[in-house]
Design a protein around this ligand. Structure first.
Ligand SMILES: [Zn+2]
Length: 126
């Protein structure tokens, strides 16, 4: 999971909770790993998760002939300072890629298809 997270360049605050495959389509579930978030109303940090929103598809990636979906589950927090509930902000960072898009997709596909370690993929490229 860690390797896939790095390859997808989702940003350090995003974690993959599950990867599924259905009819040739990869479904990647992500969630924020932040333990506490700042309340947008009073600016205090809170750790209290109130509930989770219905997961939403925010991206439709195409990995060669496979379609991939990114399913994002946002959490709702409750602030104990001002008693308000709010949805966490989530930045899915898809920029600043150090490797080319094509190579990244190839590595990801290899990783998902064959569950190879990142190390062996690296050796193959070099
Ligand atoms: Zn607050």
């Amino acid at each position: 999971m860690k390797e896939v997270e790095k390859l997808l360049k989702l940003g350090k605050d995003i974690k993959i909770t599950k990867i599924e495959e259905a009819r040739g389509e990869k479904i990647i579930y992500v969630e924020s790993r932040k333990k506490k978030v700042r309340c947008p109303y009073c600016n205090k940090f809170t750790k209290s998760i109130h509930d989770r929103l219905k997961p939403m598809v925010i991206k439709d990636l195409k990995i060669e002939e496979h379609h991939s979906k990114l399913i994002v589950t946002k959490r709702r927090f409750k602030c104990h300072n001002c008693d308000k509930k709010f949805t966490e902000p989530m930045n899915i960072n898809a920029k600043n890629r150090s490797i080319s898009e094509k190579l990244r997709i190839k590595i990801l596909q290899d990783l998902l298809n064959h569950e190879r370690s990142l190390k062996s993929i690296h050796l193959k490229i070099i």
